[in-house]
Every structure is written in C-alpha cells, then in structure tokens.
Design a protein around this ligand. Structure first.
Ligand code: PRT
Ligand code: ZN
Length: 302
C-alpha cells in the first residue's frame, strides 16, 4: 500500500508548455502578481512572490496530473477536461475534476462536419458512418444522447483530412474560425460541445495549507478576469441635470456621486465592465455632463 502523501504547503498549477493556451495562461497568472524562476529544462517554474509553482506540460496531460494529485489546479480547455472525465467514467473511476472558473478565452466548438456538398438533415444521417475525432468519449456521449449508432475513429491529429484519406466518412473536430474545415471542403453542421479555457481542479477541498493558497489565487484571478474589461468612468454635471445624466450612465456598479466644493456641481465616478462607446459619451455630454474621462483599471480587490 502506498503511504499517504505528506502535506504540501506550495500549490502546483499545470499549464500548457506551448500551444494556444500556454502564453495566455502565464499572462493571466502573472497579472495576479505571480513571478517565477524557471528551471533550465523549462518544465518547472518555482513561484517566488507566492508559493505557487507551475508545471509546463502538454494540455492533454493536465487533467490526469490533477487527478493523480501531482498538480492541484490546471488551466486547460473544457474539451480536454470533459474528454478526460468521460474516459475516466468509462473505466468506472468517476468524474473527480470540475471547473473552478471559466476564463472567457480559448473559445472553440467541437463540431461534427460533413462534406461541403452534402445536405444535413439531422444526427440520424450519421447512422453507420465512421466519424474521425480526437474526442471519442465526448462524441460517443453525444451519439448516445441522439440515439445514433455510429463509429468514432480515434485520430490524434489531422482529423480534417481523414475523409479524403478514406479513414472516415465525416469528422468531429475543434473549430474556431472554420478556416481549416473550409480548406478541406468540409462544413460544420452541429456543435456537440462549446469550449473555453477553464481552471480545472478537484471537486473536494485540498486538505492542507494549499487550500488557503488556492483561495488567495482564485480571488486574485477573479479580480484579474474582471479587470481586463473594467473601465473607470468619471464625469461632472450641474445638479440641475443630474436626473437626466444618471439614467444615461452605462450599466455596471452603482455610481458614486460627490458634491464639488463651492459649486452647484457633482462629480460622478463609476466602474463599468466592458468598453464605453463614443456615442455613450456624446449622449452624456448632450444632456449637460462635462469633463468626461474613461480610465483603464490597474488593480481591483472587492
Ligand atoms: O502540444 P499540446 O498537446 O499541449 O497542444 P495541442 O496541439 O493539443 O493543443 P493546441 O495548442 O492546438 O490547443 C490547445 C487548446 O486550445 C485546445 O484544447 C482548445 O481548448 C483550444 N482551442 C481553441 C483550439 C482551437 N481554438 C483550435 N482552433 N484547439 C485547436 N484548434 C485547432 C483545431 O483542432 C483545428 O485543427 O485549430 C484548427 C481549427 O481552427 P480554425 O480556426 O481553422 O477553425
Ligand atoms: Zn494536446
């Protein structure tokens, strides 16, 4: 029997070494104030500002590393996490990982695609066909839900050329712009999973000092994700036009309205999520607001 692992007081986060999610994951963690010292082989980064270390790996390995307790959290596409969970469940091992947070980038869809010239009538037309995919479990679950009996064909790359090579009849692959499918005379006909980058972690709480570090990291991550789109809107207005200005303010947090010393004027300031258009500023000016300022937000702690 293996002895229980000794308690750990540093958090280990798995991210993609290279590829689409690697750099944005690092940037996100850096925007939470994390700094690292990188090992010579570039596989491990020792956290200097916080006890949070990074393991740089292939994205497909991330769920397994968390499930095995080698890493505590990971930044990975939902597509990879779902496929891993279903593969585990198929072995009777239960789904033990979950999405701690959705990050809003790395978006793509897992689509079924058929030949450009073919008509799509519905999932039942896939009956008896061979479907090339790198996501056999996710596809298998969808086929079962649709009551369709088809044959997933596992390919680990170049899925889109499988029909031309005679390896499969249709494909089920990740799509973002759709350019790769078009270049291979295929068209997406139905989406079986919407994906984005997520923070993956265990369902259960970590049972030592790591949970506290994880909580701190997640709080900072939440702030950083909100921050990306946050703007501070500042303006001034005569008291007399306040009733016209307030309804025109963009949605977001409650505005702070402060009296301006020695004037019959107020200063208004509010946090807004998302861009503020020129048209919005012009509308506000039209009803009497002035000195309008839109500022980026560098830090936030609710
Ligand atoms: O080496 P490693 O195994 O770590 O990397 P990888 O090659 O397996 O993964 P990588 O870096 O290509 O993708 C990592 C993650 O990015 C995926 O798991 C998804 O969550 C996400 N993502 C977002 C995508 C795409 N968009 C995407 N378009 N992953 C892959 N693609 C591929 C797709 O497979 C197809 O070949 O891009 C092509 C389609 O793109 P469009 O724009 O032509 O539609
Ligand atoms: Zn991969």
């Amino acid at each position: 029997m293996t002895p229980p692992a000794p308690p750990r007081d540093r958090l280990r986060v798995a991210i993609q070494k290279s590829g689409r999610l690697g750099d944005p994951a690092r940037e996100l963690l850096a925007s939470c104030g994390l700094t690292w010292r990188e090992s010579r082989d570039r596989l491990f980064c020792y956290g200097e500002s916080l006890p949070v270390d990074l393991l740089l790996v292939r994205d497909d390995d991330i769920p397994g590393l968390i499930a095995d307790g080698v890493c505590d959290l990971g930044i990975v596409g939902r597509n990879v996490l779902v496929e891993h969970g279903l593969a585990h469940a198929a072995q009777g091992r239960g789904v033990e990982l979950t999405e701690w947070r959705q990050l809003g980038w790395g978006a793509c869809r897992l689509d079924v695609a058929i030949a450009e010239g073919d008509e799509w009538v519905g999932p039942e037309q896939l009956t008896g066909l061979r479907i090339a995919t790198s996501y056999p479990h996710t596809l298998g679950r969808w086929l079962t839900e649709q009551g369709v009996d088809a044959e997933p064909v596992l390919l680990n790359g170049s899925v889109e050329i499988a029909p031309r090579l005679g390896q499969a009849d249709v494909v089920c692959d990740l799509v973002s712009s759709g350019g790769t499918l078009r270049a291979n005379q295929l068209k997406p006909v139905t989406t079986i999973l919407e994906s984005e980058a997520v923070i993956a972690g265990p369902r259960a709480q970590l049972d030592d000092g790591r949970q506290e570090i994880a909580d701190l990291l997640i709080r900072r991550l939440d702030g950083a994700v909100q921050l990306k789109e946050a703007r501070l809107l500042m303006l001034r207005a005569d008291r007399g036009v306040l009733d016209e200005v307030l309804p025109l303010l963009p949605g977001g947090h409650e505005p702070t309205v402060t009296a301006v010393e020695g004037r019959d004027e107020v200063a208004i300031q509010m946090l807004v999520h998302g861009p503020i258009s020129w048209a919005k500023l012009e509308d506000l000016k039209q009803v009497g607001a002035h000195n309008l300022l839109v500022l980026p937000v560098e830090g936030m702690l609710a």
